[in-house]
Structures are given as structure tokens and as C-alpha cells.
Ligand binder design. Structure first.
Ligand code: NAI
Ligand code: MG
Length: 330
């Protein structure tokens, strides 16, 4: 059986790393039916197209989407992020953003293995807010955070299911309930209510600022973390930094009910400073490909890819040399 995959290489190093990801998946013996989409900042600069509704409709017939990175220095900030990335997350209802952080135990590292589940469709990213008297000395800008019981509960429930399926069965809620007393209260109450359905999962709570300290000093304490959109965005960059850097950080944007295709992408951006130099590490994209295979029930191939990526012997050389080494091991 072949899986229908929409591929958006995007800008900068995006197409370079996606090429290696597809190479590795092919080496793992998984059949993909590839549908290529030319989207991103370069495409926008060429003909003004960001993400037409007709493309979104085509995607609904696919199984998954595999994205490199989008964004070019000459496009105004926010245009591609809102028009393409956030539009994908919102319109395809990709309400779970899942990011694994794994470091093997070694002589100079205790090692850790945890996942962050970030709510991906609400919070400060919902776009609530506006200007008043813009451009005057009395200008006002507000930026709200939208938290619905439905949106919060489905995210927390996913995190409990995930924690319940793991060995440690531990789930930490991260928020800022002491200051964000409305949104935090809703998150806290919902967390408590869902916890009652999962008596085998041990729970805890950290304020987001404290979590930043624990990430650096004692990440071994974590198994699964659930948090809101903005906290998750920031915390997962820190997670990347303590887990081998941006060249290794993978992510999944999931629609768990499979009513639309889920999207898999490395955490990093288009890295215009190293495009074309062969310096881009394709491992983040390749590991995102492994998450995609997991979602497509190709677990055995996914595990082989993860093992090859974790082998230090594959982590030397240029973009294509790393891709070749991982493909050869797989
Ligand atoms: P970036 O992630 O592209 O680069 C940050 C730094 O990390 C750079 O020094 C870069 O060379 C390095 N880097 C990134 N990926 C790497 C890899 N695979 N191997 C080795 N080094 C790597 O973030 P930046 O510079 O803030 O953004 C550049 C563009 O990418 C912007 O237009 C931004 O909007 C966009 N962006 C897109 C994202 C996406 O498509 N999901 C996510 C983040 C940024
Ligand atoms: Mg980020």
C-alpha cells in the first residue's frame, strides 16, 4: 500500500532537508505517493500566492503532509506564518503539536526522554486583538488569548492518552496559573477533571518559568508535558537547545481523529544563512519523517530510522552525506 503525501519543501534549506527525509523513507521500504506543492515565501514573491483554498481542498484527500520550512527575509514578518502555517493548523484542525526530546544517556549526559504536547489552534495565536488610534501617541494594541473548554479538554485528553501509553505514565501541566488566572483556571480545572478518568497516570503541575529551570537542570523529571500554544512554542525551543540543538528537533501537527491530513515538519526555519552550503543537518526533517511513519502505522520503519539518527556515526558531513549515512543504516 502506498501513502498519499503532500510535500511542501518550502524555502531556504527546507527543500534540502526534505529531499534527505524522502530518501531515508524510501530506504526504509515504505511506499509513498508524492504530491509536490510549491509554496512559501519564494512562491509568494513570484506570484503573490500564499495558500489557495483549492490547495487546502486537495490536501483533504491526502493522508499526511511533509513540510520543510517556509519564510524568506524579503517577505514581511507574519505573512507566511499566518497565511500558510497557522492557516494549515487552523483550517485542517491540527490541534496537537507534538515534539519529542530524546537524549541518550552517556558519560557526560544523564540523558532524557520526554514529549511536549502543545495546544496548536487557540491561545495567543488565535489572532484576537487589534489596534486603537494606530500611529498616534495614544496608540493601543491588545492581543488576547482564546481558551475554549472544548479546545483545552481535547488537548489535555490527548496528553493523558499519550502518557498512559508510555512506561513512566507521568503528565505535567505547564502554565502560569498564578498570574493568568482566567485561562490558567480553565486549564487547571480541565486538567483535574480529565485526570480522574486516568487513575494510572501520575500528574504534576509547573509554572512555565520554573519549567524553564527544570528543563536545563533536571529534564529527567519529565515524561509528557501539556501546555498552551505560546508557552509550548517557547518551551520547545528550549527543549531543542537541551537535546542536541535545532538540527535534531522534530515535530508533528496532528489531527488525531484523522478528519484531515496531519502535518510533519522539523522545528527549525529556512536558515537563509546556510542555504546551499551543505551545512543544514537533515536529521530534524528525517526524524519528523519518522513521526509521520508512526502516524501512518509504519512503526517498525520509524524505529529503524530513529535508531540510525541516534547513531553518532551518521552525524558527520554535509546535508546529503548525513542523509546517505542514515539511509544506508536503515
Ligand atoms: P532558523 O531556524 O531558520 O535558523 C536559526 C539558526 O539555526 C540559524 O543560524 C540557522 O543556520 C540554524 N539552523 C536552522 N536549521 C538548521 C539545521 N537543520 N542545521 C543546522 N543549522 C540550522 O530560524 P530564523 O533564522 O529565526 O528564521 C529564518 C526564516 O525561517 C524566517 O523567515 C522565519 O520566519 C522562518 N521560520 C520558519 C519556520 C517554519 O517553517 N516552521 C519556523 C521558524 C522560522
Ligand atoms: Mg518556535
Amino acid at each position: 500500500m502506498s501513502h498519499k503525501v503532500g510535500v511542501i519543501g518550502g524555502d531556504g534549506i527546507g527543500p534540502e532537508v526534505i529531499k534527505e527525509g524522502l530518501k531515508v523513507i524510501e530506504a526504509a521500504g515504505v511506499n509513498l505517493e508524492i504530491h509536490d506543492y510549491d509554496l512559501g515565501g519564494e512562491r509568494y514573491l513570484r506570484d503573490g500566492v500564499v495558500l489557495p483554498d483549492s490547495v487546502l481542498d486537495e490536501w483533504r484527500a491526502l493522508d499526511v503532509l511533509y513540510l520543510g520550512a517556509v519564510g524568506t527575509p524579503d517577505v514581511p514578518p507574519g505573512l507566511i506564518e499566518r497565511g500558510l502555517l497557522l492557516k494549515m493548523r487552523f483550517d485542517l484542525d491540527l490541534y496537537i503539536n507534538l515534539r519529542p526530546f530524546v537524549v541518550a544517556k552517556s558519560e557526560n549526559n544523564e540523558g532524557h526522554d520526554f514529549m511536549v504536547i502543545r495546544e496548536n489552534t487557540e491561545g495567543a495565536y488565535a489572532g484576537e486583538g487589534g489596534f486603537l488610534r494606530k500611529g498616534t501617541p495614544h496608540e493601543v494594541a491588545t492581543q488576547g488569548s482564546v481558551n475554549t473548554r472544548h479546545g483545552v479538554e481535547r488537548c489535555i485528553r490527548y496528553a493523558f492518552e499519550l502518557a498512559n501509553s508510555r512506561e513512566k505514565k507521568h503528565l505535567t501541566l505547564v502554565h502560569k496559573t498564578n498570574v493568568l488566572t482566567f485561562a490558567g483556571d480553565l486549564w487547571g480545572r480541565t486538567f483535574q477533571a480529565v485526570a480522574e478518568e486516568y487513575p494510572s497516570v501520575e500528574t504534576s503541575y509547573n509554572h512555565v518559568d520554573a519549567a524553564c529551570i527544570y528543563f536545563v537542570e533536571n529534564p529527567q523529571r519529565y515524561d509528557v508535558i501539556v501546555t498552551d500554544n505560546l508557552f509550548g512554542d517557547i518551551l520547545t525551543d528550549l527543549g531543542g537547545a537541551i537535546s542536541g540543538g535545532i538540527g535534531l528537533a522534530s515535530s508533528a501537527n496532528l489531527n488525531p481523529e484523522r478528519t484531515s491530513p496531519s502535518m510533519f515538519e522539523p522545528v527549525h526555519g529556512s536558515a537563509p544563512d546556510i542555504v546551499g552550503t551543505g551545512k543544514a543537518n537533515p536529521t530534524a526533517a528525517i526524524l519528523s519523517g519518522a513521526l509521520m511513519l508512526d502516524f501512518l502505522m509504519e512503526d517498525e520503519a520509524a524505529r529503524r530510522i530513529e535508531r540510525a539518527c541516534a547513531d553518532p556515526k551518521t552525524q558527520n558531513g554535509s546535508t546529503s552525506e548525513i542523509g546517505d549515512a542514515i539511509a544506508a543504516q536503515v
